[in-house]
Structure formats: C-alpha cells, structure tokens
Design a binder for this molecule. Structure first.
Ligand code: GLU
Length: 279
C-alpha cells in the first residue's frame, strides 16, 4: 500500500501538521504502507520556495522520513512529486475528460455565482454555463458532476454519505488563469503515484466524495480513506489560525526538542474526538 504526506505550500509546518504526520506515518505503519512526500504547490499565488525547504527540514528534524517522493536530498530540480512541475500530466487528464464531454468552460464571476446562491454555507455552482459551449482556455474549467449520493467507508469514521452535486455542484478543475485546483491535481497525482491509502484531516472530509467521483470518471481504483481528528485548543475548539501558525521552526529556535514538539501536538490531540480503531 502507498499513502502520502502532501503539504500545501502556504506556510511553514505548525502543530496541526505534526499531528497529521503522526497519523500518516502511524496508519502507514499499522497497515504496512509506504509513505511518499508530495509538494502541493498548485496555488502559485501563495506558494514560496522557502516554505518547501522549511517543511522538508522540519520533517526530517522530527524524524518523519518518507519512503519516496521529495526529500531535502532530492528537492533540487523538477520533480514528479511537486505539482508545479506536473502541468503536462494534468493537461493530459483534462484532454481525456474533455474528449468525453465531461467538462465545460465557465465565465461566471464569483460575484455572479454568489448572487444566484439560495442557501447559506458552501458555494454551490448551479450549472449556468453547462450548455453554453464556451472554450476551456481562458475560462474556468468545470467538471459535469454526476448526480447521486456517494457512500464510502472511512477507516476511522465509518460509513460516510455525501452528495457533491448538491453540496458544491460542478466544481472547477482549472481556473481562468490556468491554475489547477486542489481536487484535480490531487486526484491526478494519487492515480499516477499509485496511492491506495489516503490519511488526512477531517477538515477535508467533504472533498472525498468529489475525488471519488473524479476517480470513477477516470476509471481509477478507489483508495481507502482514514480521516483523523484535528488539533483542538484547551476549550475543545479547532485551533485558531494564530495558534496554528506558531511554526515548528519557532518552537525549535526557542529550544524545544523534537520529543517536546511531538508531546505538545499529541497532548492537545487527547481532547480530540476519540474512536479511531487503528490506534
Ligand atoms: N495539500 C493538502 C493540505 O495540506 C492535503 C490534501 C490531502 O491530503 O488530500 O491540506
């Protein structure tokens, strides 16, 4: 089995990542899976090279060593495990979806979509451009999300039911500036890298049925899923951005050892929702 640690390049590692790495490497060990490290820098507006270097150094300092993928020793030069280097793979998958009529171009602005929104909560795209025949280039590229409920078994949370068509509608694979989205790049990479075990935080739970639908449309096998609880504060609430943004590099600079950092991440976890059968 293969699982992955796939940090986004939006900042340095914080205690939430440490808990996440504890789960990724812990579940991998229990299930006999290898861990790959992939850099998810698809958000070109936010990604900065120093984040990648900082993340790889901190991982190694904490003792989380991937079996393959990007490490500080292999980080120089283009990599099949860094999303900004993988545009040609995503283009090939998009062409495949386009040739089967599964995507369309959309020129709606966020403001227009918001105006058409009826309820509260997550933005649901109502399919305004689905039959307009707009070109893909220069427009947002949206997937024709199939109707119907997706039911999957989460190794930690049990049976999950989600209906992407109702929750988010035709989600985007590439924005009008040509930037790939998380959902699309992640699925393309998981297929190409042979990932068959996905371990990630509950904050991304709603992405899972969307990714399952993409995997199904691409005829790919489905991985197994394990969504873990998030780091909570003393009052049992999800850590605020400010608290989370306390980087491990700062704790290290203040004299903390890797063991102390691990202890800090795991002690907060004891307040998190229990019930994971694998630990
Ligand atoms: N890059 C995502 C993050 O850092 C991880 C997504 C995933 O594990 O699917 O939150």
């Amino acid at each position: 089995m293969i699982t992955r640690f796939a940090p986004s390049l939006t900042g340095y590692l914080h205690l939430g990542h440490v808990l996440h790495m504890h789960y990724v490497w812990g579940v991998a060990q229990k299930m006999g899976a290898k861990v790959l490290c992939r850099i998810e820098d698809h958000d070109l507006g936010r990604a900065r090279p120093e984040y990648e270097t900082g993340i790889l150094e901190t991982m190694e300092w904490l003792g989380f060593v991937p079996d393959f993928g990007i490490t500080s020793a292999t980080a120089a030069g283009p990599s099949d495990f860094r999303q900004s280097d993988c545009g040609k793979h995503y283009e090939a998958v998009l062409r495949h979806l386009r040739d089967r009529g599964l995507v369309y171009g959309c020129d709606c602005t966020r403001k227009q979509i918001l105006e058409r929104q009826s309820g509260q909560g997550e933005l649901c795209y109502p399919g305004t451009c689905a039959d307009k025949g707009l070109p893909l280039d220069g427009n947002t590229v949206r997937l024709r999300v199939p109707a119907g409920e997706i039911v999957f078994h989460d190794l930690n949370l049990g049976e999950q039911r989600q209906t992407p068509r109702v929750q988010c509608g035709d989600f985007s694979l590439r924005d009008r500036a040509g930037q790939w989205t998380y959902q699309f790049a992640c699925v393309c990479d998981d297929i190409r890298h042979g990932v068959d075990l996905v371990v990630r935080g509950e904050d991304i739970l709603l992405s899972t049925a969307r990714q399952i639908q993409l995997l199904q449309l691409l005829g790919a096998p489905l991985p197994r899923y394990f969504h873990h609880p998030l780091l909570l504060d003393d009052a049992g609430k999800k850590l605020s951005k400010r608290q989370r943004s306390e980087s491990i590099a700062e704790l290290r600079a203040a004299g903390a050892t890797p063991e102390q950092v691990m202890a800090q991440a795991l002690s907060r976890e004891s307040a998190a929702e229990p019930g994971h059968q694998l630990f």
